[in-house]
Design a protein around this ligand. Structure first.
Ligand code: UFG
Length: 338
């Protein structure tokens, strides 16, 4: 049994990772400011520290209070569009918070660190599938902030011996197949939950952002990867770090792409409901095709997706939302937490 600190562990990807760790018998301390996270997403019996990562004194206290075998850092601003309206906030908050967590970890002698990173590092890629040797050229301040965070960890590695794994997610989607956790963002900006909400009558009709891309049906193609498969990747890379492995960088996706139209068709087939939608203009900053090469992750960690089918991704996402029409039902809780 090991003990891990998970920042952002009450958020979407973080909470699924916490569940996977707890289920295999690890001890977890979640640190989350609950601005986006949900108290109800933290398993009963798991310690939740409600704190802001800007608060270095509080971070030092947390590291003094527990001895951690490693840190998994999810907490971040993560909206591409918002990052282009307020780039300096994204660069400042995401970089500084990563530095604060890494610095507290190094000072406490905790030298294993997993970072939640993103395919946004690659901007408009020259070729797909995208492997780890592709040029790092973010097209958004969000992507840039994660690249800077990765680079900060590189320096902490060179100078302080911090060993880090950065996982560059493609499109995280789906929900715990056991129905305990799901995706509940405010605002929601992601395609699959928006399509499901539209189908269930819980949200407005979906707008398809552009049908004039150079793809077979004219809509953008993305690599949707099940959040439990993402969770599995985190456990594997942390285990490698705990076994003495070096710093690594991995792209995490299914390795196959689906268009926006294919996603809509799948939601309709899986739910038996129509997805009300209309065609709109392109969304600025959207590349036509983003698909991962997961070859390095597979070869070096033995990872393979257990839920590679879009049907399963949509089915689990739909099941949770249908059972939780109000999500975790804590809208406004963030204001109280603050
Ligand atoms: N889309 C629509 N209508 C919507 C929302 C999305 O047509 O209302 C389309 C987008 O244009 C895109 C696809 O659906 O082609 C997926 O869009 P998402 O917003 O769900 O996801 P993104 O691919 O834009 O973003 C994801 C992650 C980001 C990450 C990025 C990397 O959510 O964190 O991939 O490029 F930065």
């Amino acid at each position: 049994m090991a003990r891990f600190l998970v920042t952002g562990g009450a958020g979407y990807v973080g909470s699924h990772v916490v569940l996977a760790l707890v289920e295999r018998g690890d001890e977890v301390v979640v640190l989350d400011d609950l601005r986006q996270g949900h108290r109800a997403a933290v398993p009963a019996g798991t310690e939740l520290v409600v704190a802001d990562l800007a608060n270095r004194a509080r971070l030092a206290e947390v590291f003094a209070g527990w001895k951690f075998d490693g840190v998994l850092h999810f907490a971040a601003l993560s909206l591409v569009g918002e990052s282009m309206r307020d780039p300096l906030r994204y660069l400042s908050e995401n970089l500084n918070n990563t530095i604060n967590v890494a610095d507290a970890a190094v000072k406490a002698g905790c030298l294993r660190f997993v970072l939640s990173s993103t395919a946004a590092l690659f901007g408009f890629p020259e070729r797909v599938p995208i492997d780890e040797t592709a040029t790092l050229l973010p097209a958004s301040a969000y992507g840039e902030s994660k690249l800077m965070a990765e680079r900060a960890l590189d320096w902490a590695g060179r100078v302080h011996g911090l060993r880090s794994a950065a996982l560059r997610y493609f499109n995280a989607a789906g929900a715990d197949p056991g129905g305990r956790l799901g995706e509940d963002h405010d605002p929601e900006t992601h395609l699959i939950p928006l399509a499901i909400n539209a189908a269930l009558g819980l949200g407005p009709e979906l707008t398809v952002f552009g049908t004039d891309y150079p793809t077979p049906d004219g809509t953008c193609i993305r690599d949707y990867v099940h959040v439990m498969d993402l969770a599995d990747a985190h456990l594997r890379v942390m285990d490698k770090l705990c076994a003495g492995g070096p710093s690594v960088r991995y792209n995490v996706g299914n390795g196959s792409g689906y268009s926006v139209r294919q996603v809509i068709d799948t939601v309709e087939r899986v739910t038996g409901l129509k997805v009300p939608h209309r065609i709109g203009p392109r969304r600025p900053g959207d590349p036509a095709v983003l698909v991962a090469s997961n070859a390095r992750l597979r070869a070096e960690t033995g990872w393979a997706p257990r839920y590679p089918e879009l049907d399963d991704i949509v089915r689990t996402a739909h099941a949770w939302r249908a059972a939780h029409p109000q999500g975790y039902g804590d809208r406004g809780a963030a204001a109280q937490a603050a």
